[in-house]
Design a protein around this ligand. Structure first.
Ligand code: DGJ
Length: 725
């Protein structure tokens, strides 16, 4: 049993962690612990409730003023009754008041996992023994309820949470803020680790000590954004890859998000994560409920490595659909950086035919195949083949590609519309826009108002028609601008605060219906690279294009940061041409492959322009990737070293008998020092054999002394070693 209830105390245990809370005086739900596993169920003896402080705020019935609402660590607290910290819930009642006084009402232990309705989330995916705790809180003065769902994934050391705000009042209630997670901690000695960036530089790790007041990050872009991933960690001061306490949190959501860590007056941090409340207000009529997105939480007492591996396994096993759970996906070539808009049917078939000889399995036709799209100024919304490039449509192209032995995949950007399109000429009102205001352009395009059912049906129909028109086995779903003028003509004035979230729900709805209708379709998500790289999208598409930056050196930092929260198997990662199109940097073919191997591997260059020698290298690379597919995609991942000069990482099989180590020097330079890469996660008692040299290497030597990488002058050095017991 992973959920224990005893006399008003709740204890949620995973293999290595405990999460606990209990009902305290006057029915407040007091958080008591999240961290390494403990035995106590009742922790009342640890927390003094009454503190002799001035300026306290006691609940209305506490005439002796024993309890300070502003002191109690709470599971879910609301604005308006004396908790002056940032709160999880803010509601506006019909009389204009903004308050809710949430007290414990009931609990239920449910067999199996709970997932928020109409939103992505973790599922059992065939695993037994998963349990959910449902707790109901009630506002003392009204019929407003909060249902909190905690699902315990014992084996993975992960607990998921989400909440429902239920209005049983006779009058409407506006939910102005409803976090998915509130976690009150007990001291401030933590660092906040966030993953920030911008287009082509996504998810760079940034670690900073918590300071007094509120810190955190948001997205206001309508997507989870290139700038701030909805994933972060809180770690102890001395936490490193192998040691120290660290919490990890994912918001399973692809829209505006907010993470706040407030270090309040008594040095007690409060963590909130959920939908960004800026511009948000959700109207609940009587009997309506609002469901928050889900949060995934894990705690590791042994450093970032364990935290990452817990999330990697969890996402692979419980976020990916069963169809893609631990399944090999095709090795692809994408024509974007090979041709941009300059292609036709024959050019693609020529690419596929060379690709098939090199071990590549799927050709993805990128942007430019529809309407009359010569550049990024036209045709979005007109999802019919461009006669100039594909005179006979998609079917003969797919057949031609299939005849080379490759699968065929296609690019679409379904949420968008160009002003120069048949769709816009017919439906200028289908754009997300505010009447009387100008329409902001992003990459020369507008965003469709998916809140409007008619528009949503059109988009679903357009994707369906494309996918049904030929043997299309893969869809790259792109999204190349942020949301502005977020207003839907189909919503009443008092519901415009719902538009951002309704947009995200509409995207999820379309994705859901597409994968139901085309169950074998593989979707790769993309948003100008990694602008919507989140666990919400991973529920529908097990791979996401990590970044538009394909430069191997740049990718090291991007993939390093991404790996903290996301499994390698979710990161689209391609070998592209040199000089690199984003940075102009020249790196060796080996280095480009060694970086791209750590992801959903593929190519994005004109292989017909390569030398025979380069093509032979590709043949060897695809064979290598296929041979080690399981180890890379399903093995444990270790960040071994990462600094300004070099980076090293490895994959270790579950039985520790196979190890794949990568080393990449970021910059070449004169007169460097040799590097010793100490391996992690291996069996120290085993003797490994270097597959290339046949050399025998003891596990304890690899762990404690390391692999020596002698530095050569000049060129960036790269190394890949496969070791096997
Ligand atoms: C942005 C994507 O990230 C690229 O890979 C490519 O698909 C372009 N869009 C096409 O317009």
């Amino acid at each position: 049993m992973s959920i224990i209830h005893n006399n008003g105390c709740f204890k949620l245990d995973t293999k290595n962690t405990t999460y606990s809370f209990q009902i305290t005086k006057f029915g407040f739900l007091m958080h008591t612990h999240y961290g390494a596993k403990i035995s106590d169920v009742d922790l009342a003896h640890v927390y003094p409730l009454a503190r002799n402080r001035s300026f306290i705020n006691a609940p209305a019935e506490d005439t002796e003023m024993v309890l300070n609402i502003n002191d109690v660590p709470q599971e879910y607290s609301a604005f308006g009754i004396g908790d002056f910290r940032t709160t999880a819930l803010r509601v506006r009642h019909n009389d204009g008041s903004r308050a809710a006084d949430l007290r414990y009402q009931s609990f239920e232990i449910i067999k199996g996992a709970a997932k928020p309705e109409a939103l992505p989330g973790a599922t059992e995916n065939g695993e037994e023994g998963i349990e959910t705790l449902k707790i109901t809180l009630k506002d003392t003065a009204t019929e407003l309820y909060v249902n909190m769902y905690y699902t315990v994934y014992e084996k993975c050391d992960v607990i998921t949470r989400f909440n429902e705000i239920v209005n049983k009042c006779d009058t409407p209630v506006f939910v102005e803020k409803a976090a998915s997670l509130q976690l009150d901690l007990f001291h401030r000695e933590y660092d906040l680790v966030q993953f920030e960036g911008r287009w082509a530089q996504e998810r760079h790790m940034k670690r900073s000590a918590l300071s007094s007041g509120t810190q955190g990050f948001v997205s206001r872009k309508g997507t989870s954004s290139h700038q701030h991933s909805p994933f972060f960690c809180l770690c102890e001061k001395d936490t490193n890859e192998k040691a120290g306490g660290v919490y990890g949190f994912h918001l399973v959501y692809s829209g505006n998000h907010r993470t706040e860590v407030e270090v309040a007056q008594f040095d007690n941090p409060r963590v909130l994560m959920g939908i960004n409340d800026e511009g948000f207000a959700w109207k609940l009529e009587n009997a309506d409920k609002f469901t928050t997105p889900q949060v995934l939480m894990t705690y590791s007492a042994s450093g970032f490595g364990k935290m990452s591996n817990s999330f990697h396994a969890f996402i692979r096993n419980h976020i990916f659909r069963p169809k893609w759970k631990n399944v090999r996906r095709p090795l692809l070539i994408n024509n974007w950086e090979a041709t941009y808009f300059d292609f036709d049917q024959q050019k693609l078939i020529d690419l596929a035919s060379t690709a098939s000889k090199l071990g590549i399995e799927l050709l993805v036709m990128d942007d430019g195949w529809f309407g009359h799209r010569e550049d990024d100024k036209t045709s979005l919304g007109d999802w019919t083949p461009y006669k100039k490039r594909l005179p006979n449509g998609l079917k003969p192209l797919a057949e031609g590609i299939n005849a080379t032995g490759l699968k065929f995949g296609i690019w679409m950007e379904p949420e968008m519309i160009s002003e120069d399109s048949e769709l816009y000429r017919a439906h200028p009102d289908w754009v997300l826009s505010i009447p009387g205001r100008g329409r902001s352009l992003g990459r020369n395009q507008y965003v469709l108002d998916l809140v409007n059912d008619e528009v949503r049906e059109y988009v679903f129909g357009a994707i369906s028609d494309v996918l049904s028109s030929a043997n299309i086995e893969y869809l790259k779903w792109d999204m190349n601008r942020y949301l502005t003028e977020v207003y839907s003509a189909t919503l009443s004035a008092d519901r415009q605060g719902e538009a951002y979230h309704r947009y995200v729900l509409a995207v999820y709805d379309i994705l859901d219906r597409i994968i139901t209708k085309f169950p074998n379709l593989l979707i790769e998500h993309c948003s100008g690279g990694g602008g919507r790289f989140d666990t919400g999208m991973l529920y529908y598409s097990p791979q996401i294009w990590t970044s538009d930056d394909t430069d191997a050196v740049e990718r090291i930092d991007i993939q390093y940061g991404t790996s903290f929260g996301f499994p390698v198997t979710s990161m689209g990662s391609h070998v592209s041409a040199v000089p690199n199109h984003q940075t102009g940097r020249v790196t060796s073919m080996d280095m480009r492959a060694n970086v791209a191997f750590s992801g959903t591997f593929g190519y994005e260059l004109d292989i017909n322009k390569l030398t025979n020698e380069e093509r032979e290298m590709i043949k060897a690379q695809t064979a290598f990737y296929k041979e080690h597919y399981n180890l890379i995609n399903f093995g444990d991942y270790y960040r071994l070293a990462h600094n300004d000069t070099f980076s090293a990482w490895s994959f270790v099989s579950g039985d520790k008998k196979e190890v794949l180590v990568f080393y990449v020097q970021k910059e070449g330079g004169p007169n460097g020092s040799d590097v010793f890469v100490k391996l992690d996660g291996i069996d120290p008692g085993a003797c490994y054999k270097d597959a290339q040299t046949g050399e025998a290497l003891y596990g304890n030597t690899l762990k404690n002394v390391g692999l020596c990488v002698p530095i050569t002058q000049g060129e960036r050095k790269t190394m890949c070693k496969y070791l096997k017991v």
